[in-house]
Design a protein around this ligand. Structure first.
Ligand code: SAM
Length: 232
């Protein structure tokens, strides 16, 4: 069987992102249009999912999901409030609470999503947390409180806004002494990657990296899962 192209293996939405980036840079769409494009595709695909993982954009079974996502819980070194930026079905919120609990830490999860339909899905799946799942765009959302741990993906905003997203989350959303956790998507291994890692890129924007974790990909030997964090 032919090997899956690495860009697609890393992110199944890579083509959508690349096209939206090109259209933004060419002036064919503005940033609102960039977000609209992503939302239209993601919302439809996630709502068609038949389990909480696929409703959060993950195509694997529970073991695969845990291998891919539980680094987020490991990046939390103490009890605290956890905001999942881009919470989709809310599955990471509940799993992080469980995984951190297995390590003896108490985590209170909160969620934010740009897509109202996905926030509604998370609220209906997790009615006990309905009041702490919000709709908003992470780049300008005004939080009702601060959180000890905030996880985000940088691909949630156009490339040129990614440093702004990091700065804003650190200044407005993460509690003093808390952590902004970035990832965990999969990245190419250092040995074969051409160019900087995401962590190196964020460092080059002037942010100090507080720590990082990595582990092998579930089935693709070219990739590994990574998270890293910035202390606020
Ligand atoms: C791949 S899912 C992540 C699900 C889960 N948080 C996880 O890490 O497994 C990405 C989610 O981010 C949301 N999203 C994308 N851009 C966003 C933005 N600018 N602000 C808030 N949410 C955003 C999407 O609607 C989608 O539900």
């Amino acid at each position: 069987m032919a090997e899956e192209p690495i860009e697609r293996a890393k992110n199944r939405g890579y083509k959508l992102l690349a096209d939206a980036e090109a259209a933004l840079e060419a002036g064919q769409i503005d940033e609102a249009g960039w977000h609209q494009r992503g939302m239209a595709v993601i919302t439809r695909a996630y709502l068609a999912g038949d389990n909480p993982r696929s409703q959060s954009g993950h195509s694997g079974d529970e073991a695969y999901w845990r291998q891919a996502r539980s680094l987020v819980a490991e990046a939390m070194d103490r009890d605290g409030a956890f905001l999942d930026v881009g919470c989709a079905s809310g599955h990471l919120m509940e799993c992080v609470q469980q995984w951190a609990g297995e390590q003896g830490r108490r985590v209170e999860p909160y969620g934010l999503d740009i897509a109202p339909e996905l926030a509604a899905l998370a609220r209906s799946r997790l009615p006990q947390w309905a009041e702490r799942i919000w709709v908003g765009n992470a780049i300008d959302w005004v939080p009702p409180q601060r959180f000890d741990f905030v996880r985000t993906g940088l691909e949630y905003v156009p490339r040129r806004r990614q440093p702004d997203l990091v700065r804003r989350l650190l200044q407005e959303v993460v509690a003093p002494g808390g952590r902004l956790i970035i990832g965990s998507g999969s990245e190419e291994k250092d040995q074969t990657r051409i160019g900087p890692s995401l962590e190196e890129e964020v460092f080059s924007w002037g942010f100090g990296i507080g720590g990082s974790l990595r582990r092998p990909h579930y089935h693709d030997a070219r990739l590994e899962y990574r998270v890293f964090w910035i202390e606020a």
